[in-house]
Write a protein that binds this ligand. Structure first.
Ligand code: SIN
Length: 329
């Protein structure tokens, strides 16, 4: 019997329409609805019983917390019915890794959830969307994908939601994790896994967004030579709940920004040090950081540290608890 796979569509370049077939920029993302996308890849129905559902039709740069909550709620609803074996989410590539990590922490269950997208619009010569969609369905329908957390499948590669990031602004081989590596491949149509992510996710996640209408407000501030207190003070004045400081090196903070961040923690705003470097772990550094109650962001990118802090703050303001979460997720 073929597995039942649900596709939840959110827009992006995979659903992008350009005026001419050579255009790979300057097109409208999210212009094509899921039924039209599925009609263009009839091979999908040889693998699974596939149905589509449009969640939204956006360019993923415009992703919102509200859509994330809608998506997580819908996936949990679908899985609670028991008649769907796996879910594919079609998504723009710009924030795909963020949605994947959010779902990795908020979907409860072991069944596969696979995000895919495309770098070239559906109307382009050699568009990558149709093959990515077909392969994402293959991954979602595969028994070996069960229990691996939310997966990202593009360009014949399978990555973990926690670790993958977009690494090239334009090329189709953009989703990578340079140091920890991919989980597997789709080899001539067959998913093959070689490793798994060891951090807590999905059925082992403590985060529950059921009934939530909004998420805590957490902003990212990007450190740089010549940094100052301007953005930190703006964040304090905007009553944020948390700040991710994407520091230099091992989450290092410019002395001027550090003074302002101390004002933030004094007002019970949670500050997490992350890094703009892109690889490696942020570990405790200056004594002054610990004294000011800044937390360490482990090896999460600033954009993923933001998501974990948002979810942590739905449960607690206790710094020891949040520190534990950054070690476990
Ligand atoms: C988007 O993220 O929606 C546009 C870019 C893309 O999908 O590649």
């Amino acid at each position: 019997m073929k597995p039942n796979i649900k596709i939840l569509a959110t827009g992006g370049t995979i659903a992008g329409r350009a005026k001419i077939s050579t255009a790979t920029t300057g097109y409208t993302a999210g212009a094509i609805e899921i039924d039209e996308l599925l009609n263009a890849v009839p091979e999908i129905y040889e693998i699974a019983n596939v149905t589509g559902e449009q969640i939204c039709s956006i360019d993923s740069k415009d992703m919102t917390d509200e859509i994330w909550l809608k998506l997580a709620t819908r996936i949990n609803e679908i899985f609670s019915r028991g008649d769907v074996d796996g879910i594919v989410v079609t998504h723009g590539t710009d924030t795909l890794e963020e949605t994947a990590y959010f779902l990795n922490l908020t979907v409860h269950g072991d069944k596969p959830v696979v995000l895919t997208g495309a770098m070239r619009p559906a109307t382009a010569i050699s568009s990558d969307g149709a093959m990515n969609l077909l392969n994402a369905v293959r991954v979602a329908a595969n028994k070996n994908s069960v229990g691996k957390g939310v997966l990202v499948a593009l360009n014949d590669e399978i990555n973990s939601a926690r670790e993958v990031t977009k690494t090239n602004t334009l090329t189709v081989n953009t989703f990578k994790n340079f140091e920890l590596g991919l989980l597997g491949y789709v080899n001539a149509g067959t998913p093959e896994f070689y490793r798994t992510s060891t951090r807590r996710h999905t059925s082992n996640s403590e985060f529950d967004v059921t009934g939530l209408k909004k998420l805590p407000l957490v902003k990212i501030i990007y450190g740089h030579a010549g940094d100052d207190e301007i953005f930190v003070d703006a964040a304090i004045n905007a009553n944020v709940d948390g700040i991710i400081y994407a520091g230099t090196g091992n989450g290092s903070i410019h002395v001027n920004a550090e003074k302002a961040l101390a004002r933030a923690t004094a007002k019970n705003i949670v500050v997490v040090r992350s890094s703009r470097v892109g690889n490696g772990t942020v570990i405790p550094a200056e004594k002054s950081y610990a004294e000011k109650n800044f937390l360490d962001g482990d090896n999460l990118s600033p954009q993923k540290a933001r998501i974990l802090l948002q979810l942590a703050l739905t449960k607690t303001n206790n710094l020891s608890e949040i520190r534990r979460m950054f070690k476990q997720y």
